[in-house]
Design a protein around this ligand. Structure first.
Ligand code: G1P
Length: 291
C-alpha cells in the first residue's frame, strides 16, 4: 500500500512577486508580511510541523532571501537577547536545521504547477504536502493535520476545500464533488478558475494538498492552462481515476491573505483572539466602527 506512506515533506511555493501588495512587497517578500507579529510563512510552517512534516522545501526566487534568514540561526540577536534576559520563546519555531529545510529556485514565473515541479528532486519518490502561505488556515487541529488524519484512512491524493459564495469561484480551483462522508468528499473532477456558469460546485481548493509523487511526472508534460500558466489543478485533474482523490472540508477559519481585505480580516481576527492585545484591539475596533 504505497499510497499510505507517511507525509514527511512539504513544499511551500514562495516565488510569487506579490504585486497586489506593492509598494510593501518591493523589497520584502509578501510571505514575510506579518499578521500581528508572525510572518505569513511561519503560520504555514507551524501548521506543517503540527501535521508531522519533517522537511520544509521552499520554492523561492530572487529577492526572497529574507525567508531563508528568518528560519536560520540569528547569532547576534540571540546572543544579545540572552545577555539581556529577554524572552527567548519569542523566536520559537523560527529555526529550521539543515535536513529539516531545503531551498530551490523557480527561475521563471510559469505558474503554481511549475513551482511545485521545481521541487521534484528534493521530493523524490514519496508523497508530499503543498501549502500556499497566502491562505491562512486557522483551526485546531490545523488544516494539514486534519488532512493527514483523513489520509490515514483514504491514502492517495487529498485537497482541502471550503465553500465560497458562487460569484467568487472564478478566482480559484473548483471541485466536481462526488459522494460525501462527513468532512470527506470524493473528487470527480477539478477545474481551475472556471466561469461562474461552468463551475461544478462552490467548493474551492483552499491551498493545502497531499499529493502522490506521480504528479511530478504529470507536471513534466503539463501544458499551460488558465492565466497562461502551468496549473497544479490541471495536473491533479489527470490523476483522478488512477488514484484515490478526496477533498477535506476544512473545519476552521480561512483568511485569503492574497488580497488586501482578507489580510486585514486576518490581522483583526487573530488580534482579537490574543491574550495580550485582544481586549485593547476590541475597544479600538468598536470605537472606530462607532465613529
Ligand atoms: C492557486 C490555485 C487555485 C487555488 C488557490 C487558493 O491559485 O491555482 O486552484 O484555489 O491558489 O488560493 P492562485 O491564487 O495562485 O491564483
Amino acid at each position: 500500500m504505497t499510497e499510505h506512506r507517511p507525509i514527511k515533506k512539504a513544499v511551500f511555493p514562495v516565488a510569487g512577486l506579490g504585486t497586489r501588495f506593492l509598494p510593501a512587497t518591493k523589497a520584502v517578500p509578501k510571505e514575510m508580511l506579518p499578521i500581528v507579529d508572525r510572518p505569513l510563512i511561519q503560520y504555514a510552517v507551524d501548521e506543517a510541523r503540527e501535521a508531522g512534516i519533517e522537511q520544509m522545501i521552499f520554492v523561492t526566487g530572487r529577492g526572497k532571501s529574507s525567508i531563508e534568514d528568518h528560519f536560520d540561526i540569528a547569532y547576534e540577536l540571540e546572543a544579545t537577547m540572552a545577555e539581556r534576559g529577554k524572552d527567548m520563546s519569542l523566536l520559537e519555531g523560527t529555526r529550521l536545521m539543515p535536513g529539516n529545510c531545503a531551498y530551490v529556485r523557480q527561475q521563471e514565473p510559469l505558474g503554481l504547477g511549475h513551482a511545485v515541479w521545481c521541487a521534484r528532486d528534493i521530493v523524490g519518490d514519496e508523497p508530499f504536502a503543498v501549502l500556499l502561505p497566502d491562505e491562512l488556515m486557522w483551526g485546531r487541529p490545523g488544516c494539514l493535520k486534519q488532512m493527514v488524519d483523513a489520509y490515514a484512512r483514504t491514502g492517495g491524493n487529498l485537497i482541502s476545500v471550503i465553500e465560497v459564495p458562487d460569484d467568487e469561484v472564478s478566482n480559484y480551483g473548483v471541485i466536481h464533488p462526488g459522494d460525501e462522508d462527513g468532512a470527506l468528499t470524493e473528487v470527480r473532477g477539478l477545474i481551475e478558475k472556471p466561469a461562474v456558469k461552468d463551475a461544478p460546485s462552490n467548493k474551492i481548493v483552499s491551498g493545502r494538498y497531499i499529493l502522490q509523487p506521480e504528479v511530478m511526472q504529470t507536471l513534466q508534460g503539463q501544458e499551460k492552462g488558465a492565466g497562461d500558466e502551468i496549473q497544479l489543478t490541471d495536473a491533479m485533474a489527470k490523476m483522478i481515476g488512477n488514484q484515490p482523490f478526496h477533498a477535506v472540508t476544512f473545519d476552521g477559519s480561512r483568511y485569503d491573505c492574497g488580497n488586501k481585505a482578507g489580510f486585514v480580516e486576518a490581522t483583526l481576527a487573530l488580534s482579537l483572539q490574543r491574550d495580550d492585545i485582544g481586549s485593547e484591539v476590541r475597544q479600538i475596533a468598536e470605537r472606530l466602527l462607532a465613529g
